[in-house]
Design a protein around this ligand. Structure first.
Ligand code: DQA
Length: 145
């Protein structure tokens, strides 16, 4: 089954949005880099983004049957969404949480993550490379069984 990489609100503006914080790469660039790594690692990938909390909840429901693992950057919903946490708690495979920026170096409201209560690992502050690190990690977790 493919690995699902899910992205939350405003990440469709990656590259245009606060480039001093999030860099100049677009989400399409990130998807292409992830796809290249997935091909190297011999895994399938499904990449998605939504600005809507309920749509992300439904993507996670779909992943219950369709995905082997989830890499998720819930963006601002990280800090607010019990619904996304509950959906992830209903998913049985590995989950890695990614943040492009170092949330711990930023405003205190970004220091708490609901999603971290479920995530098997968290990567923050590694830029968009964090997605590649997360992909490598879920593949090793899947291969370890
Ligand atoms: C983010 C960090 C969040 O606090 C913020 O709301 C985002 C992006 C990151 O990737 O660094 O939208 O998840």
């Amino acid at each position: 089954k493919p690995i699902h990489i899910l992205n939350g609100p405003n990440l469709n503006l990656l590259g245009k949005r606060q480039p001093e914080v999030y860099g100049h790469e677009t989400l399409t660039d990130v998807e292409a880099r992830c796809a290249a790594l997935a091909a190297d690692l011999g895994v399938e990938l499904h990449f998605a983004q939504s600005n809507h909390e309920g749509a992300i909840v439904e993507m996670i429901h779909t992943a219950r049957d369709a995905a082997s693992a989830i890499v998720i950057n819930p963006a601002a919903y990280t800090h607010t969404s019990v619904a996304i946490l509950d959906a992830l708690n209903a998913f049985e495979g590995p989950v890695i949480e990614v943040h492009i920026s170092n949330v711990h170096k930023r405003e205190s409201f970004r220091h708490h993550s609901y999603v971290s209560l479920r995530a098997d690992g968290v990567i923050a502050g590694c830029g968009t490379e964090g997605y590649l690190l997360a992909l490598r990690r879920v593949v090793s977790l899947l291969r370890a069984g």
